[in-house]
Design a protein around this ligand. Sequence first.
Ligand code: DX5
Ligand code: ZN
Length: 228
Amino acid sequence: MIAPSMLSADFARLADEADVVTGAPGEGADWLHIDVMDAHFVPNLTLGLPIVQSLLKATDVPLDCHLMIEDPDRWAPAYAEAGAYNVTVHVEAAHDPVGLAKNLRAAGAKAGLSLKPGTPLEDYVDTLKHYDTLLIMSVEPGFGGQSFIPEVLDKVRTARRLVDTGHLTVLVEIDGGINADTVEQAAEAGVDCFVAGSAVYGADDPMKAVQALRSKVVKADPQRWATA
Ligand code: DX5
Ligand code: ZN
């Protein structure tokens, strides 16, 4: 799955920018990744619930909301109630991540948990049993266009192993520095869903960039994707 991050899109034309990567099933974006930043959990400010609500009306592509905010226990459920497909919170910010996952699911969304590059996966395996998606950050959250941190691939491999052995049922998602040069190593490590901002919206043809990323993923492990 490819999830273009709209952080690198033109914020004045979000509906058009969503359309640019929308195609037939299996062709364009599987999800649209929306980066919500509050200038507290991360040193940057982007957009919030009103814009997500508008975008939900403007596109049929499922929204993957990545909340880089403090106190997600208080703010995240509203994104689920609004109709976001997947709502991801940071484990470093959540006070009660298990209770929060339950609230997100009760509000009709998938529950996602994100780990910053320095946050170990091992400490949160039990917590992740309550979640549907695991977003592994491969840059420090806050800004698009940063370089991929290859050390996080160990975390991806561990997550893949936990899923393949039935200990977890999360979808493994990676976010940060994913482009034509890095996507294959992430695919080989076992990622299911690839977030890419600058590599998609910074390209002359964003739709072609999505397709190029997807074909590299398939090439990295044809057997796995043949049955998908
Ligand atoms: C960064 C965001 C990412 C960002 C990725 O904090 O979570 O989703 O848009 O941008 P690229 O793909 O340019 O690294
Ligand atoms: Zn993100």
